[in-house]
Design a protein around this ligand. Structure first.
Ligand code: AMP
Length: 189
């Protein structure tokens, strides 16, 4: 199963991603986690990315596309993968489609978690991570609205987007995700 999980910061993507990869035996590719590890190790990519993570902006350019392509070539992705935090721009979505098309292994499903903005801010304030300061949260929401919402439109226009109400318990949301996956498989998308 080849999945993309979209959703704003605080929508519960990480929790649901974990459950989905366990269910489908897919590799979990979280670009945020990859970047945090790179920063911790002090790699060139990490050093370049740090300022963007610290300020809540997207890492620009080709860096993320190259990182994800390399990751997709690793052996554990052959049985399937779930992308969490990528694509975050239309350029990334197009690059992903082009890469998967040339491997003849297109995405099976694009899932989007939907939550209203007030609930999101409440959730983000309730959890504590270095880049969860109010000013950084605000910047991440701006990046989401301006750069990542068009990614949903991109998949919607191609008839591939499945939107899921992310309000509810993790179990409820997970059931909705599974139902959407079943529906997508039924339609051959
Ligand atoms: P996340 O853990 O997915 O919320 O990502 C944390 C931060 O990593 C983001 O605020 C961005 O600075 C950076 N990041 C993660 N994924 C991407 C991506 N696909 N494109 C650009 N920047 C990203």
């Amino acid at each position: 199963m080849r999945l993309v999980l979209l959703g704003p910061p605080g929508a519960g993507k990480g929790t649901q991603a974990q459950r989905l990869v366990e269910r489908f035996g897919a590799a979990h590719i979280s670009t945020g986690d990859m970047l945090r590890q790179a920063i911790e190790k002090g790699t060139p990519t990490g050093n370049e990315a740090k300022q963007y993570l610290d300020s809540g902006q997207l890492v620009p350019g080709q860096v993320m596309v190259d990182l994800v392509r390399q990751r997709l070539d690793e052996a554990d992705c052959a049985a399937g993968f779930l992308l969490d935090g990528f694509p975050r721009t239309v350029m990334q979505a197009e690059a992903l489609d082009a890469y998967l098309a040339c491997r003849k292994s297109p995405l099976d499903v694009v899932l989007q978690l939907q939550v209203d903005e007030e609930e999101l801010i409440r959730r983000l304030i309730a959890r504590a991570r270095g880049d969860d300061r109010p000013d950084v949260i605000r910047q991440r929401m701006v990046a989401y609205r301006e750069q990542t919402m068009p990614v949903s439109d991109y998949y919607r226009q191609h008839g591939r987007l499945h939107s899921i109400d992310a309000f509810g318990t993790p179990d409820e949301v997970f059931s909705r995700l599974l139902a959407a996956i079943e529906q997508a498989k039924g339609r051959g998308k």
